[in-house]
Design a protein around this ligand. Structure first.
Ligand code: HSE
Length: 323
C-alpha cells in the first residue's frame, strides 16, 4: 500500500507541477541595426504559467491582457509555437497547459510576440528540468517569430531570451552574439496609443539600397557596436543614425521628428524607432538624463493630444527568467 500511495502522490505532484516565467520587452534595430541588433528592457514583459497535463498536447487555457486578439490555436499562437518546437527538439510528447499574461501592448514595436514566445519556451524548459541551454532555445523562438511576423528575424527574441545587447551576426544560419558594455545606459521608451503591424511596416521598406547609402549605414552599425564595446558614448551617439529604414517608417508615426528633436535636445545619445514602431526610443548615458528625455519626448504627444505611455529603463541583463 505504501508503494501505491507513493506512486500516486508522485503522479499528483507531476500533474500539478507549474512554472511561472517572465521575458522582457525589447528594442529591435537600435536605430541603424535593422534586423541585426536588439536590446532587452527592464520591468516590462509578458508572463506565462505552464502546467504539465496528461493529454499529449500543448493547449492554451487562458490569455489575459490581449483584448481577445490573440489566437487560441496553439499552432498560431507564438507562445505555444515556441513550446511545441522545444518539445520537438527534446523529442518529448509531454502535454503542457499554457496561461499567458500579456503585459505588453500588441503591435507596439517592443517585441510583444517575442516576449510571449521566450517566456513560454523558458518556462517549458524549466518544467522539463532544464534539458537545454538558453542558446539552444533560440531556434524554437525564431520559429514562433516566423509565425507572428512572416519572417524569422532574431533581433527581438535573442535579447529577450539572453538579456543585454545582442548582435545577430546572421539570421540564417543563426548566430547571436552578446555585446558586453561597461556603460550603464538607460532607455526612454515612448509608446503612443497606436498600432503598427510588423507585417505592414516591413511592406513599406525598400527592396534595393544605393551602395552609397548602404556604406553609410554599415559604418554606423559597426560604429555603434564598437561604441558599446569600447564604452565610448561619443562614438555611440555619432553612430545612432538610420539612413535606410527610419526615413520610410517615420511616415507611419505622427510627430516622429518632433519627438526625436525633443529627445536629442534633452541630452539623449540617440533616438529612433523601436523595432517596427510606433514606439520611439532614446538611449541616454544615465538615469537622470533618461528621465528628462522621457518627459520631453512625451510632452510632444501631450501637446498634440496623442495618448501615450512612457517608460525609463536600464538595459536588462538577464533575459527570460523563472519567477
Ligand atoms: N527588425 C524588425 C523590424 C523588428 O524592424 O521589422 C520587428 O519585429
Amino acid at each position: 500500500p505504501f508503494a501505491f500511495l507513493q506512486k500516486h502522490l508522485i503522479l499528483i505532484f507531476m500533474t500539478q507541477k507549474s512554472v511561472r516565467a517572465y521575458a522582457p520587452a525589447t528594442i529591435a534595430n537600435v536605430s541603424c541595426g535593422f534586423d541585426v541588433l536588439g536590446l532587452a528592457l527592464e520591468n516590462l514583459g509578458d508572463e506565462v504559467v505552464l502546467r504539465l497535463q496528461d493529454k499529449s498536447e500543448v493547449s492554451i487555457t487562458k490569455i489575459e491582457g490581449d483584448g481577445g486578439k490573440l489566437p487560441l490555436d496553439p499552432t498560431k499562437n507564438t507562445c505555444c509555437v515556441s513550446i511545441i518546437e522545444f518539445l520537438k527538439k527534446i523529442d518529448s510528447k509531454q502535454g503542457i497547459a499554457v496561461e499567458l499574461y500579456k503585459k505588453l501592448p500588441l503591435g507596439s514595436g517592443m517585441g510583444s510576440s517575442a516576449s510571449s514566445a521566450v517566456a513560454g519556451v523558458w518556462a517549458a524548459n524549466a518544467l522539463m528540468n532544464y534539458p537545454l541551454r538558453k542558446e539552444d532555445l533560440l531556434s524554437c523562438v525564431m520559429e514562433a517569430e516566423r509565425v507572428a511576423c512572416g519572417t524569422a528575424h532574431a533581433d527581438n527574441v535573442a535579447p529577450s531570451l539572453l538579456g543585454g545587447i545582442v548582435l545577430i551576426q546572421s539570421n540564417q544560419p543563426l548566430e547571436a552574439v552578446s555585446i558586453p558594455t561597461h556603460l550603464h545606459l538607460y532607455c526612454s521608451v515612448l509608446h503612443p496609443d497606436l498600432v503598427v503591424n510588423t507585417k505592414d511596416s516591413r511592406r513599406v521598406l525598400p527592396t534595393e539600397i544605393p551602395l552609397q547609402l548602404a556604406t553609410k549605414q554599415w559604418g554606423y552599425i559597426a560604429g555603434l557596436v564598437a561604441g558599446f564595446l569600447k564604452n565610448d558614448m561619443g562614438l555611440i551617439s555619432r553612430s545612432m543614425h538610420d539612413c535606410i529604414v527610419e526615413p520610410v517608417r517615420a511616415k507611419l508615426i505622427p510627430h516622429f521628428y518632433a519627438v526625436k528633436e525633443a529627445a536629442l535636445s534633452a541630452g539623449a545619445l540617440g533616438c529612433s524607432i523601436s523595432g517596427s514602431g510606433p514606439t520611439i526610443f532614446a538611449l541616454s548615458e544615465n538615469r537622470i538624463i533618461a528621465e528628462r528625455v522621457s518627459e520631453k519626448m512625451q510632452s510632444v504627444f501631450i501637446q498634440h493630444r496623442i495618448k501615450s505611455n512612457v517608460y525609463t529603463s536600464p538595459i536588462n541583463q538577464e533575459g527570460g527568467k523563472i519567477i
